[in-house]
Design a protein around this ligand. Structure first.
Ligand code: SAH
Length: 368
């Protein structure tokens, strides 16, 4: 709970109401403040003119800290990667992926990552620390302000709004579950950022107890599980977490995950030449997922943490997909976005790819 001088971002509407009561104010001022922060995204208490002058003065002793821009890069395909610095100097990246009718923002939930997947560049950073709710939300607020984006389904003029949010940046969201859940509440609250949970996807390596806890959470996003192998032997080698939660155990937890009408689980499968991309793998994958309402996103390995691994050839990728779809399992080949600036899946690493088209532009750190 923020006392005077504390951080205001990341507090829920109820917590802000409680803070107002602590200050001897009416609780409804908490709602007003929450609306100012997230609906109108006024990040300077001085501009919250619907609040009394005396309350605004009290608020000036609190902080509303957005991350600080260190570098912004734009890829040839329009994807933009932000390198952001947090208050203690730790850094994270997030990626804005524009499409014709939508904008997807990919955010980080940890600085670094402890999981050590063989094919992922973020793993090379090691684990630094969990992000708090203010830092998770701060990435969204920063990019919305930087790009002057609306949020939800209706954009400004002819420009699409920020329509989709994916927790697929640096780190493992389910290792930071409490802070992630709190951010999800604010992101989806109609009085908060008002994004539909159906527009938010959380991607995990497959931590079984946490998947079960997420299933019971007040806000349940779409679930994506990074599978990338069809035998424990191969998955043990690619993703060490498999030794703790092997494929059967993981898929059992997935089978129990609640799905709404027309909703599916997503399985991400990084295709690596000669490792996990045989016809037999494709057929095994169909069998493994037979009982699940799911779809598969196929990602040819992006370069980065090579470890001697190579992407599957385009022919192999197509053949793999055809086996899945031929057996009735929906499968899509994901075109990598922002590869030239190391913004694609598994390429986030703070130091990677910054030689190309780096820009130091609009700083939004005046509140700090
Ligand atoms: N820790 C979570 C969130 C990170 S998401 C998770 O692992 O799901 C990162 C996604 O990028 C995952 O689906 C992962 O399998 C994928 N990925 C990692 N390295 C990759 C690479 N080199 N090429 C393509 N995809 C990769």
């Amino acid at each position: 709970m923020a006392a005077s001088g504390g951080e205001l971002l990341g507090l829920t509407a109820d917590e802000l109401a409680a803070l107002m009561v602590d200050w001897g104010e009416k609780p409804y001022h908490g709602r007003q403040l929450y609306g100012a922060l997230y609906r109108r995204r006024q990040l300077d208490p001085g501009s919250m003119t619907e609040l009394s002058k005396s309350l605004r003065r009290k608020l000036e002793s609190c902080v509303i800290s957005l991350p600080r821009l260190q570098r912004r890069q734009r890829a040839a395909d329009g994807t933009e990667k932000y390198l952001l610095e947090l208050t203690d100097g730790e850094k994270v990246e997030c990626v804005l992926i524009p499409e014709r009718k939508r904008n997807t923002l990919c955010i980080s939930t940890q600085a670094g990552c402890p999981l050590d997947c063989r094919f992922c560049l973020t793993a090379m950073l090691g684990f630094r620390r969990n992000l708090d709710p203010a830092e998770i939300l701060g990435q969204v607020l920063y990019v919305l302000a930087d790009k002057n984006l609306a949020i939800g389904s209706v954009g400004i003029g002819s420009r699409p709004a920020l329509t989709n949010l994916v927790l697929m940046g640096m780190g493992e969201p389910l290792l930071n579950l409490e802070n992630v859940l709190k951010s999800l509440i604010i992101m989806t609250d109609p009085e908060g950022l008002a994004l539909s949970p159906r527009r938010i996807t959380l991607s995990t390596v497959g931590l079984v107890p946490q998947i079960r806890r997420l299933a019971q959470a007040p806000v349940v996003p779409n679930l994506a599980v990074s599978l990338s192998a069809t035998t424990d032997e191969v998955r043990d080698r690619l993703m060490p977490i498999n030794r703790r939660y092997p494929i059967d155990t993981l898929l059992q937890a997935c089978a129990e995950f609640p799905l709404k009408r027309n909703q599916r689980l997503t399985f991400e499968y990084v295709l690596m030449d000669g490792i996990n991309d045989s016809d037999q793998d494709a057929r095994r994958l169909v069998k493994l997922l037979a009982q699940l309402r799911s779809k598969v996103n196929l990602l040819p390995l992006n370069p980065g943490n090579a470890n001697g691994l190579r992407p599957s050839s385009p022919r192999r990728v197509n053949r793999f997909r055809e086996i899945l779809t031929g057996k009735g399992l929906p499968a899509y080949v994901r075109r990598p976005r922002g590869m030239d600036i190391y913004a694609a899946c598994g390429q986030l690493h703070l130091a990677a790819g910054h030689h190309s088209r780096a820009t130091r532009t609009s700083r939004l750190d005046t509140n700090r």
